[in-house]
Design a protein around this ligand. Sequence first.
Ligand SMILES: [Zn+2]
Length: 279
Amino acid sequence: MYTSRQIVLLMLLILTSAVHALPLDSTPVPGGIAIIRLPADIDTRTLRYNGRKILVTQQEADNFAVIGLSLGTKPGRYHLQGKTVHGKPLSIAFNVESKQYEEQRITIKDKRKVNPEKRDLERIGREKKQIDTALEHWSERDSVAVDFRKPVEGPTSSPFGLRRFFNDQPRNPHSGLDIAAAEGTPIHAPAPGTVIETGDFFFNGNTVLIDHGQGLVTMYCHMSAIDVTPGTVVATGDVIGEVGMTGRVTGPHLHWGVSLNDARIDPTLFLPADQATAE
Ligand SMILES: [Zn+2]
Protein backbone atom coordinates (compact mmCIF):
# COMPACT_ATOMS: atom_id res chain seq x y z
CA MET A 1 0.00 0.00 0.00
CA TYR A 2 1.06 3.59 -0.59
CA THR A 3 1.42 5.99 2.30
CA SER A 4 -0.51 9.25 2.02
CA ARG A 5 2.78 11.07 1.44
CA GLN A 6 3.56 8.77 -1.49
CA ILE A 7 0.08 9.34 -2.92
CA VAL A 8 0.54 13.12 -2.75
CA LEU A 9 3.90 12.79 -4.50
CA LEU A 10 2.36 10.54 -7.14
CA MET A 11 -0.47 13.02 -7.74
CA LEU A 12 2.03 15.86 -8.02
CA LEU A 13 4.00 13.85 -10.55
CA ILE A 14 0.87 13.18 -12.63
CA LEU A 15 -0.17 16.85 -12.44
CA THR A 16 3.30 18.05 -13.41
CA SER A 17 3.50 15.78 -16.43
CA ALA A 18 -0.02 16.81 -17.51
CA VAL A 19 0.85 20.50 -17.27
CA HIS A 20 3.98 20.05 -19.34
CA ALA A 21 2.34 17.87 -21.99
CA LEU A 22 2.90 18.89 -25.58
CA PRO A 23 0.17 18.40 -28.16
CA LEU A 24 1.98 15.30 -29.39
CA ASP A 25 -0.88 14.45 -31.72
CA SER A 26 -0.74 17.80 -33.52
CA THR A 27 -0.52 17.38 -37.29
CA PRO A 28 2.38 19.22 -38.93
CA VAL A 29 0.77 21.98 -41.05
CA PRO A 30 1.90 25.42 -42.25
CA GLY A 31 1.70 27.69 -39.18
CA GLY A 32 1.89 24.64 -36.91
CA ILE A 33 4.60 22.50 -35.35
CA ALA A 34 6.20 19.14 -36.03
CA ILE A 35 7.05 17.15 -32.91
CA ILE A 36 9.64 14.45 -33.46
CA ARG A 37 10.74 11.84 -30.92
CA LEU A 38 14.53 11.76 -31.00
CA PRO A 39 16.75 8.68 -30.88
CA ALA A 40 18.63 8.35 -27.57
CA ASP A 41 22.07 8.71 -29.19
CA ILE A 42 21.44 12.03 -30.94
CA ASP A 43 23.59 15.06 -30.20
CA THR A 44 20.71 17.53 -29.80
CA ARG A 45 22.99 20.56 -30.37
CA THR A 46 23.57 19.45 -33.97
CA LEU A 47 19.89 19.44 -34.95
CA ARG A 48 18.92 21.71 -37.86
CA TYR A 49 15.78 22.34 -39.88
CA ASN A 50 16.03 24.80 -42.77
CA GLY A 51 19.55 25.53 -41.52
CA ARG A 52 18.24 26.69 -38.14
CA LYS A 53 18.78 25.29 -34.65
CA ILE A 54 15.80 23.50 -33.13
CA LEU A 55 14.11 23.48 -29.73
CA VAL A 56 14.41 20.20 -27.83
CA THR A 57 12.19 19.35 -24.88
CA GLN A 58 12.19 16.36 -22.57
CA GLN A 59 8.87 14.60 -21.96
CA GLU A 60 9.12 11.74 -19.50
CA ALA A 61 12.24 9.81 -20.59
CA ASP A 62 12.39 10.93 -24.21
CA ASN A 63 13.69 14.00 -26.01
CA PHE A 64 11.48 15.63 -28.64
CA ALA A 65 12.39 18.15 -31.30
CA VAL A 66 9.72 20.83 -31.69
CA ILE A 67 9.93 22.46 -35.13
CA GLY A 68 8.05 25.62 -36.08
CA LEU A 69 6.59 25.54 -39.62
CA SER A 70 6.06 28.92 -41.27
CA LEU A 71 2.75 29.73 -42.98
CA GLY A 72 4.61 29.68 -46.31
CA THR A 73 5.67 26.01 -45.88
CA LYS A 74 4.48 23.95 -48.86
CA PRO A 75 2.91 20.57 -48.06
CA GLY A 76 5.41 17.77 -48.60
CA ARG A 77 8.29 15.83 -47.11
CA TYR A 78 10.90 17.59 -44.96
CA HIS A 79 13.95 16.52 -43.00
CA LEU A 80 15.40 17.22 -39.59
CA GLN A 81 19.17 16.87 -39.86
CA GLY A 82 21.64 16.12 -37.12
CA LYS A 83 24.45 13.94 -35.87
CA THR A 84 24.69 11.18 -33.30
CA VAL A 85 26.97 11.56 -30.29
CA HIS A 86 29.45 9.46 -32.33
CA GLY A 87 29.41 12.00 -35.16
CA LYS A 88 27.32 9.89 -37.56
CA PRO A 89 24.95 11.99 -39.75
CA LEU A 90 21.27 11.43 -39.14
CA SER A 91 18.21 12.55 -41.11
CA ILE A 92 14.66 12.21 -39.82
CA ALA A 93 11.85 12.69 -42.36
CA PHE A 94 8.42 14.12 -41.59
CA ASN A 95 5.43 15.16 -43.67
CA VAL A 96 3.73 18.55 -43.67
CA GLU A 97 0.02 18.40 -44.56
CA SER A 98 -1.90 21.26 -46.16
CA LYS A 99 -4.16 23.60 -44.21
CA GLN A 100 -6.58 26.15 -45.62
CA TYR A 101 -7.02 29.21 -43.41
CA GLU A 102 -10.11 31.42 -43.54
CA GLU A 103 -10.29 34.78 -45.29
CA GLN A 104 -10.77 38.01 -43.36
CA ARG A 105 -11.72 41.44 -44.68
CA ILE A 106 -11.12 44.47 -42.49
CA THR A 107 -11.89 48.15 -43.02
CA ILE A 108 -9.27 50.46 -41.54
CA LYS A 109 -10.33 54.12 -41.23
CA ASP A 110 -6.77 55.45 -40.98
CA LYS A 111 -5.81 54.98 -44.65
CA ARG A 112 -2.19 55.81 -43.83
CA LYS A 113 -2.05 52.54 -41.84
CA VAL A 114 -3.04 50.62 -45.01
CA ASN A 115 -1.14 52.61 -47.62
CA PRO A 116 1.66 54.24 -45.63
CA GLU A 117 3.09 57.50 -46.87
CA LYS A 118 6.62 57.78 -48.20
CA ARG A 119 7.86 59.26 -44.92
CA ASP A 120 6.42 56.25 -43.03
CA LEU A 121 8.24 53.66 -45.16
CA GLU A 122 11.69 54.34 -43.74
CA ARG A 123 10.33 53.95 -40.20
CA ILE A 124 8.43 50.77 -41.14
CA GLY A 125 11.56 49.24 -42.73
CA ARG A 126 13.69 50.07 -39.69
CA GLU A 127 11.11 48.65 -37.29
CA LYS A 128 10.64 45.48 -39.34
CA LYS A 129 14.38 44.78 -39.07
CA GLN A 130 14.26 45.39 -35.30
CA ILE A 131 11.26 43.06 -34.84
CA ASP A 132 12.61 40.35 -37.18
CA THR A 133 15.94 40.32 -35.34
CA ALA A 134 14.12 39.74 -32.05
CA LEU A 135 11.81 37.07 -33.51
CA GLU A 136 14.68 35.00 -34.90
CA HIS A 137 16.71 35.27 -31.71
CA TRP A 138 18.38 32.13 -30.35
CA SER A 139 19.55 31.79 -26.77
CA GLU A 140 20.69 28.66 -24.98
CA ARG A 141 18.44 27.55 -22.16
CA ASP A 142 18.49 24.07 -20.65
CA SER A 143 14.78 23.74 -20.10
CA VAL A 144 12.24 25.67 -22.16
CA ALA A 145 8.62 25.78 -21.01
CA VAL A 146 6.31 24.77 -23.86
CA ASP A 147 3.17 24.85 -21.67
CA PHE A 148 1.93 28.42 -21.79
CA ARG A 149 -0.42 30.32 -19.55
CA LYS A 150 -2.83 32.44 -21.65
CA PRO A 151 -1.46 36.02 -21.40
CA VAL A 152 -4.92 37.62 -21.24
CA GLU A 153 -8.33 36.13 -20.46
CA GLY A 154 -10.81 36.86 -23.22
CA PRO A 155 -12.45 35.58 -26.37
CA THR A 156 -10.52 35.18 -29.61
CA SER A 157 -11.44 38.10 -31.84
CA SER A 158 -9.25 36.95 -34.73
CA PRO A 159 -7.58 33.53 -35.01
CA PHE A 160 -4.09 32.82 -36.30
CA GLY A 161 -3.46 32.35 -40.01
CA LEU A 162 -6.34 34.34 -41.53
CA ARG A 163 -5.69 35.44 -45.11
CA ARG A 164 -6.26 39.15 -44.69
CA PHE A 165 -7.50 41.99 -46.86
CA PHE A 166 -7.29 45.55 -45.54
CA ASN A 167 -9.74 47.85 -47.35
CA ASP A 168 -9.93 45.09 -50.03
CA GLN A 169 -6.15 44.99 -50.54
CA PRO A 170 -4.37 41.66 -49.89
CA ARG A 171 -1.87 41.79 -47.02
CA ASN A 172 0.26 39.29 -45.10
CA PRO A 173 -1.68 36.52 -43.30
CA HIS A 174 -2.50 37.04 -39.64
CA SER A 175 0.69 35.96 -37.86
CA GLY A 176 -0.72 35.88 -34.35
CA LEU A 177 -3.81 35.40 -32.20
CA ASP A 178 -6.05 38.34 -31.28
CA ILE A 179 -7.62 38.23 -27.83
CA ALA A 180 -10.31 40.81 -27.14
CA ALA A 181 -10.08 42.53 -23.76
CA ALA A 182 -10.77 45.96 -22.31
CA GLU A 183 -8.12 48.64 -22.48
CA GLY A 184 -5.97 48.43 -19.33
CA THR A 185 -6.37 44.66 -18.83
CA PRO A 186 -3.03 43.32 -17.50
CA ILE A 187 -0.98 41.13 -19.87
CA HIS A 188 0.87 38.22 -18.21
CA ALA A 189 4.03 36.48 -19.37
CA PRO A 190 2.93 33.01 -20.58
CA ALA A 191 6.19 31.32 -19.53
CA PRO A 192 9.59 32.23 -18.04
CA GLY A 193 11.85 34.34 -20.23
CA THR A 194 13.76 37.57 -20.76
CA VAL A 195 12.41 40.68 -22.48
CA ILE A 196 14.56 41.25 -25.57
CA GLU A 197 12.85 44.19 -27.25
CA THR A 198 10.22 46.85 -26.62
CA GLY A 199 9.07 49.73 -28.79
CA ASP A 200 6.30 51.88 -30.21
CA PHE A 201 5.93 50.62 -33.77
CA PHE A 202 3.97 51.97 -36.76
CA PHE A 203 1.71 48.92 -37.27
CA ASN A 204 2.12 47.02 -33.98
CA GLY A 205 1.89 49.98 -31.61
CA ASN A 206 3.44 49.51 -28.16
CA THR A 207 5.13 46.12 -28.34
CA VAL A 208 7.04 43.71 -26.08
CA LEU A 209 9.06 40.69 -27.22
CA ILE A 210 10.03 37.93 -24.76
CA ASP A 211 12.78 35.40 -25.43
CA HIS A 212 11.95 32.03 -23.82
CA GLY A 213 15.10 30.29 -25.07
CA GLN A 214 16.01 27.86 -27.87
CA GLY A 215 14.38 29.96 -30.59
CA LEU A 216 11.01 30.37 -28.84
CA VAL A 217 10.03 34.07 -28.80
CA THR A 218 6.65 35.65 -28.03
CA MET A 219 5.35 39.09 -29.05
CA TYR A 220 2.66 41.39 -27.57
CA CYS A 221 1.26 44.29 -29.63
CA HIS A 222 -1.10 47.30 -29.46
CA MET A 223 -0.46 47.76 -25.73
CA SER A 224 -1.60 50.90 -23.88
CA ALA A 225 1.26 50.58 -21.37
CA ILE A 226 4.55 48.70 -21.19
CA ASP A 227 5.82 47.68 -17.73
CA VAL A 228 9.14 46.06 -18.72
CA THR A 229 12.38 46.99 -20.46
CA PRO A 230 14.85 44.90 -22.52
CA GLY A 231 16.71 42.67 -20.04
CA THR A 232 13.78 42.26 -17.63
CA VAL A 233 13.60 38.63 -16.50
CA VAL A 234 10.00 37.43 -16.26
CA ALA A 235 8.38 34.43 -14.59
CA THR A 236 5.10 32.87 -15.69
CA GLY A 237 2.27 35.25 -14.79
CA ASP A 238 4.36 38.41 -14.35
CA VAL A 239 2.59 41.50 -15.70
CA ILE A 240 4.42 42.97 -18.71
CA GLY A 241 1.93 45.71 -19.57
CA GLU A 242 -1.69 46.43 -20.50
CA VAL A 243 -4.05 45.78 -23.38
CA GLY A 244 -4.57 48.80 -25.60
CA MET A 245 -5.31 49.97 -29.13
CA THR A 246 -2.07 51.52 -30.35
CA GLY A 247 -0.88 50.96 -33.94
CA ARG A 248 -3.10 49.50 -36.70
CA VAL A 249 -6.26 48.35 -34.86
CA THR A 250 -10.04 48.55 -35.03
CA GLY A 251 -10.51 48.16 -31.25
CA PRO A 252 -8.71 47.22 -28.04
CA HIS A 253 -7.18 43.74 -28.13
CA LEU A 254 -3.94 41.87 -27.60
CA HIS A 255 -2.18 40.62 -30.71
CA TRP A 256 -0.14 37.70 -29.42
CA GLY A 257 2.54 36.25 -31.67
CA VAL A 258 4.68 33.13 -31.19
CA SER A 259 7.85 32.51 -33.18
CA LEU A 260 9.76 29.22 -33.14
CA ASN A 261 12.98 28.75 -35.16
CA ASP A 262 11.97 31.98 -36.94
CA ALA A 263 8.57 30.60 -38.02
CA ARG A 264 5.43 32.42 -36.93
CA ILE A 265 3.11 29.74 -35.54
CA ASP A 266 -0.31 29.34 -33.93
CA PRO A 267 -0.04 30.40 -30.24
CA THR A 268 -2.91 28.11 -29.22
CA LEU A 269 -0.61 25.09 -29.78
CA PHE A 270 1.09 25.99 -26.49
CA LEU A 271 -2.11 26.48 -24.48
CA PRO A 272 -3.98 23.85 -22.46
CA ALA A 273 -6.75 22.32 -24.65
CA ASP A 274 -9.58 24.06 -22.73
CA GLN A 275 -8.04 27.50 -23.40
CA ALA A 276 -7.02 26.89 -26.99
CA THR A 277 -10.49 27.05 -28.53
CA ALA A 278 -12.20 30.30 -29.46
CA GLU A 279 -15.06 31.34 -27.15
ZN1 LIG B 1 -3.55 40.42 -34.65
